[in-house]
Design a binder for this molecule. Structure first.
Ligand code: GLY
Ligand code: MN
Ligand code: MN
Length: 413
């Protein structure tokens, strides 16, 4: 049995008796005129069906797995490439393939006798449009599937490790090729080149390439400015491989040498990175890893006199927040900000073997903060991808250096 069939079987056993699940694939999205954005299948749909096309709906109960999809069409296929058609859904494990054009008529009949219809929350509106008169109870599938997706199988780990390796190679390439006068988008091109050369056809998210003051903008992705001598550049870039994300940040000097102030701030973030990674232990809560990073960053800023007060006060009154305003990490998988982080009550879920989290502390000193000028416009984040194991943790992104001396050596060769 392939992994997709196993997942469907596992899921169908979790659902209440007399239930059916209805899953929706992604739709094409127009970019402009008659040009679409590159198509990306819905992560949950892909996880459970592996069916790659838009305009697809899957219906799943204990015995049946039905796929509604586009019909084959010679003329369309001449322009846009092969359409699988209902006749080929068998290859994906379907017990029956039906044209999507018949869905409105056939679906209500197919599901009318089930007491419960499970569906992801994001597609409840679509479901109600297709089944306006249903008497079944509509229930969310999200938590059940999120729990499954949170723990990665051997097959998934193999893909994510390869994605992390490719992204690490891209960061190494960028450190070797950056120089003053280059545009941020030219450095971005080095990443895309490395991703594609190794078979990763997409970025997991828009790359953030921010030099100087742009390094202080968390999700900066204009990537349009010149990289200046004496500035740092923060790059948050990761490839997507077979739908799985990697998510790495490194911050390095455009001219290859950290200044005194850049070094001081970098060492604080580096310490936070190492100690927070050590807090990624099965049974421990992500809150603890976050608190570790907050303590180290707050103490470091106090030592440099960029913050005033004592440690407890700085933490309790959130004074550190002007410099460090995000969480230390998030789960990683089919989505870069993956599902499975919180339980039904909204609490953070403890780490378990097979989960992958990012650890990404940062300090961002924007020019409006009341600090000496030489610290302004320094933005530093160090982000790694960390697998929770039985024995502890495994850093999947340690191919790319993060010690100052290692970065400087790499950049000088
Ligand atoms: N790349 C987005 C993030 O680090 O969360
Ligand atoms: Mn991240
Ligand atoms: Mn990131």
């Amino acid at each position: 049995m392939d992994i997709f069939s196993k997942r469907r079987q596992f899921l169908s056993e979790l659902l209440e008796e007399n239930s059916v699940a209805i899953l929706f694939g992604s739709e094409e999205i127009i970019r402009n005129g008659d040009v679409n954005y590159p198509f990306r299948q819905n992560s949950n749909f892909s996880y459970l069906t592996n069916f790659p096309e838009s305009e697809s709906i899957a219906v799943l109960d204990e015995k049946n797995f039905i796929i509604f999809c586009k019909e084959k069409n010679k003329l369309k296929e001449q322009w846009d490439g092969e359409i699988l058609g209902p006749e080929n859904t068998e290859k994906y494990g379907a017990t029956r393939g039906i044209s999507i054009s018949e869905c409105r008529d056939i679906l209500p009949e197919l599901v009318k006798d089930f007491a419960n219809i499970y569906c992801f929350e994001s597609s409840i509106k679509k479901l109600k449009k297709l089944l306006p008169n249903t008497e079944s109870i509509i229930k969310p599938l999200d938590f059940e599937v999120s729990k499954m997706r949170a723990i990665k199988s051997e097959e998934e780990l193999k893909i994510i490790k390869e994605a992390c390796r490719i992204s690490s190679l891209a960061h190494i390439r960028a450190m070797k090729s950056v120089k003053p006068g280059m545009y941020e988008y030219q450095l971005e091109a080095e990443y895309i080149h490395e991703f594609m050369s190794h078979g990763a056809r997409a970025c997991a998210y828009p790359s953030i390439v921010g030099g100087g003051k742009n390094s202080c903008v968390l999700h900066y992705n204009d990537n349009k400015d010149v990289l200046n001598d004496g500035d740092l550049v923060l790059v948050d870039a990761g490839c997507e491989l077979n739908h799985y994300a990697s998510d790495i940040t490194r911050t390095f000097p455009v001219n290859g040498k950290f200044s005194k102030e850049q070094r001081e701030i970098y060492e604080i973030v580096l310490e936070a990175s190492k100690k927070s990674i050590e807090a990624v232990i099965s049974g421990s809560n992500p809150l603890k890893a976050h608190e570790t990073s907050v303590k180290i960053i707050s103490q470091g800023l106090l030592d440099l006199k960029l913050l005033e007060g004592d440690l407890n006060e700085v933490i309790e009154t959130n004074k550190y927040f002007d410099f460090y305003m995000h969480r230390v990490g998030h789960y990683l998988g089919l989505d870069v900000h993956d599902v499975g982080g919180k339980n039904e009550k909204g609490d953070w879920v403890d780490y378990s073997p097979g989960m992958i989290t990012t650890i990404e502390p940062g300090i961002y000193i924007n020019e409006n903060l009341n600090v000496p000028n030489q610290y302004k416009n320094i933005g530093i984040r160090i982000e790694d991808n960390v697998l929770v194991t039985d024995k502890g943790f495994e850093v999947l992104t340690d191919l790319v250096p993060k010690e100052i001396k290692d970065i400087e050596v790499l950049m000088s060769t």
